[in-house]
Design a protein around this ligand. Structure first.
Ligand SMILES: Cc1ncc(COP(=O)(O)O)c(C=O)c1O
Length: 410
């Protein structure tokens, strides 16, 4: 495997980390699209199963193409943590496990961390399926769940005190779709020695925010989004430093089976190489689009952390290196007006998801957040007039022109 000094920046890590030259001398890592691996003899098969020898057995248990991609993600999320440890003359191992989807990563983290009788505290702003998993599935297994606004530290502290059996706190920051932020370092401080802090870093990516450096225990991603970047992969990732947790989660994954395909992992690994470049462009474009929306007639609210009007601008500057490509905005005229805009863009495709090179537009109220309870939608002003856009890497002027036309459509 290539040895990449930790001091090399994330741009360099994204291209080189985890890569190796295989036996065929192929420059790019191959796709090991195989379900099983041949043992050289019966003794080797026995030793591999007995874990007395390391090597590949069967792709649900491990696959070199998947492992390559996991090493790159671990390098991106864990570099800062490792640098800090190095400064102290210590070392820290950063583990990454890839899953069949972001939801598979979240459910595997939850089922590794929580047992019957344990409690989960989750933020009130979550991706719809995460909300549904926590609200409807976990309680069936005897796991208590409460939703608390994790941007309100007093409320979180009180909830932790009320539920001393809390084993896990889960939040997204920026949150979907309102871009609400949680102070990761402050929440980590509250959770310390009490509960595992899990942060969904899908919107920010390790290029813009590294929760492990801020004290989170586990970071997860929907690799479906920015990490792969081209809208052609479904995958999920979990990254952390506790070897026991990752061993337990691997064992759970072997039994539940939510592994990514070698082909998807290969695509994701290819996407990761341009992640720093793409994130810069997503951020620059989103800034221009947000500025345009902020001054456009017919729009009552723009939610983007770099906007002057964004209530948590200071926190955004403190914990993020950029604000990503997702913007939510509310049109005057509510549901009817929003439908016209959604149906009138040419470049922005009307589709859920985000983090693709091309721009997408969607309606959280009836689409991604349709399953979120009405009172939660109301609390966070996920209104019928709210539109979410995921700004791609096209020319910003063309994107603004497209939105301007859609906003004027009759
Ligand atoms: C913030 C966030 N987390 C998790 C997920 C789930 O990821 P996946 O669709 O890869 O299962 C999504 C999907 O949109 C998401 O937006």
């Amino acid at each position: 495997m290539k040895s990449i000094p930790l001091e090399y920046s994330l741009d360099t890590q994204a291209v080189h980390a985890g890569e190796y030259v295989n036996d065929t001398r192929g420059h790019v890592g191959p796709i090991f699209q195989t379900s099983t691996f041949v043992f050289s003899d019966a003794a080797e098969g026995r030793d591999l199963f007995a874990q007395e020898k390391s090597g590949y057995i069967y792709t649900r248990l491990g696959n070199p193409t998947v492992n390559l991609m996991e090493r790159k993600v671990a390098a991106l999320e864990g570099r800062g943590l490792k640098l800090k440890a190095q400064d102290k003359g210590e070392d820290v191992e950063v583990f990454c496990r890839a899953f069949a989807s972001g939801m598979s990563a979240i459910s595997s983290i939850a089922f590794t961390a929580l047992s019957a009788g344990d409690h989960l505290l989750a933020d009130t702003i979550l991706y719809g399926c995460t909300n549904d998993l926590f609200d409807n599935l976990l309680p069936r297994f005897g796991i208590g769940v409460d939703f608390v606004d994790c941007s309100d530290l007093k409320a979180l502290e009180q909830a932790l005190a009320e539920h001393p059996n809390t084993k896990m706190v889960f939040l997204e920051t920026p949150g979907n779709p309102t871009m609400k932020l949680c102070d990761i370092a402050a929440v980590a401080e509250l959770c310390h020695d009490r509960a595992l802090l899990v942060v969904d870093n899908t919107f920010a990516t390790p290029i813009l925010q590294r929760p492990l450096e801020l004290g989170a225990d586990i970071v997860m991603h929907s690799g479906t989004k920015y990490l792969s970047g081209h809208g052609n992969v479904i995958s999920g990732l979990a990254i952390g430093t506790d070897p026991e947790f990752f061993k337990k989660m691997h064992s759970l994954q072997i039994d539940t089976g939510g592994v990514p395909s070698p082909f998807d992992s290969w695509l994701l690994n290819t996407g990761l190489k341009t992640l720093p470049l793409r994130m810069k462009r997503h951020c620059d474009n989103a800034m221009e689009v947000a500025n345009f929306l902020d001054h456009r007639k017919g729009i009552s609210r723009v939610l983007y952390p770099a906007c002057e009007s964004f209530p948590q601008k200071e926190l955004a500057q403190k914990q993020m290196d950029g604000y990503g490509g997702v913007i939510a905005f509310e049109v005057e005229g509510g549901y009817e007006r929003a439908q016209v805009v959604l149906n009138s863009t040419r470049l922005f495709s009307l589709a859920v998801s985000l983090g693709c090179v091309d721009s997408l537009i969607e309606h959280p109220y009836t689409m991604t957040h349709a399953v979120v309870p009405d009172e939660v939608k109301e609390m966070h002003q996920i209104t019928p007039g709210l539109i979410r856009i995921a700004v791609g890497i096209e020319d910003a002027t063309d994107l603004i022109d497209d939105l301007d036309r859609a906003l004027s459509a009759k």
